[in-house]
Design a binder for this molecule. Structure first.
Ligand SMILES: C[S@@+](CC[C@H](N)C(=O)[O-])C[C@H]1O[C@@H](n2cnc3c(N)ncnc32)[C@H](O)[C@@H]1O
Length: 233
């Protein structure tokens, strides 16, 4: 897709809510100043060397798509200051929550995007990411809505383009049909190989896993999470 087309197209991968409860004035102020400081400008070309996007001297760059309230992203960015993190979340209240947190404790290894992740993926240079986390994406459990799921042949092409060889795509979900869907789509795609060490592997959380807000709800409601890791060939 040429850069002009890429920037003008309507959102294609986001079907959720952009707004929840009215945000408080303090949150609105944190959101405005936070997006000014951490937000990426997709109207300019991406730097050839993605690490230069960060104030910190980072050696790797990871992406989290749909970070919700940002709890997992904050945990990862705080525990690994030498890695750069890009977080994407179109839901305004989620972004406001993260921007409140970084107002208290700034992070030099964080950047964000407040729109559909497909736009950011198309903006990124080829083989520029070390990892992509898609944690509890909107499940769209009804069959007639499956085509809205973020995992699709087109988005797996996007992942394969921006991940460097050896880079990891991590997918967690509590919805069995989405887990199977992702395994089948990645197998059909061919560039992303499922890394399972043994039969219990997919129920074992990732190293240093802090959980997510959505996961806590799923467990409370009796659903069992699965944690998949795919490696870019
Ligand atoms: C079920 S929530 C999970 C949130 C968080 N990862 C967690 O586990 O608590 C899914 C999130 O993905 C976001 N989302 C949906 N479509 C998206 C897209 N195309 N690009 C980026 N984020 C998206 C939603 O706004 C929502 O916050």
């Amino acid at each position: 897709m040429d850069p002009k087309e890429r920037r003008s197209r309507a959102t294609e991968g986001f079907f959720g809510r952009r707004h929840g409860k009215t945000i408080r004035p303090q949150q609105a102020a944190a959101l405005e100043s936070g997006l000014g400081a951490y937000g990426l400008d997709l109207s300019a070309d991406a730097p050839a060397e993605l690490r230069t996007l960060f104030a910190a001297d980072v050696s790797t760059v990871r992406l989290e798509i749909g970070f919700g309230g940002g709890e997992h992203l904050l945990h990862r960015a705080t525990e690994a200051p030498a890695a750069g993190f890009i977080g994407v979340e179109p839901f305004v209240n989620g972004m406001a929550k993260l921007m409140m947190a970084v107002r208290e404790k700034p992070l030099a290894n964080l950047r964000v995007h407040n729109d559909d992740a497909t736009r950011l993926l198309d903006w990124l240079p080829q083989a520029s990411l070390d990892g992509i986390d898609l944690l509890y994406p909107d499940p769209w459990p009804k069959k007639k809505h499956w085509k809205r799921r973020f995992v699709s042949p087109l988005n797996l092409d996007r992942f394969a383009r921006v991940l460097r060889p050896g880079g990891k795509f991590r997918f967690a979900s509590d919805i069995d049909t989405y887990v199977n869907w992702t395994l089948l789509h990645c197998r059909a795609h061919g560039a992303l190989l499922w890394q399972a060490e043994d039969a219990a592997d997919w129920h074992r959380p990732y190293e240093g896993w802090p959980g997510t807000r959505y996961e806590a709800k799923a467990i409370r409601e009796g659903r069992r999470p699965a944690y998949l890791t795919f490696v870019r060939k």
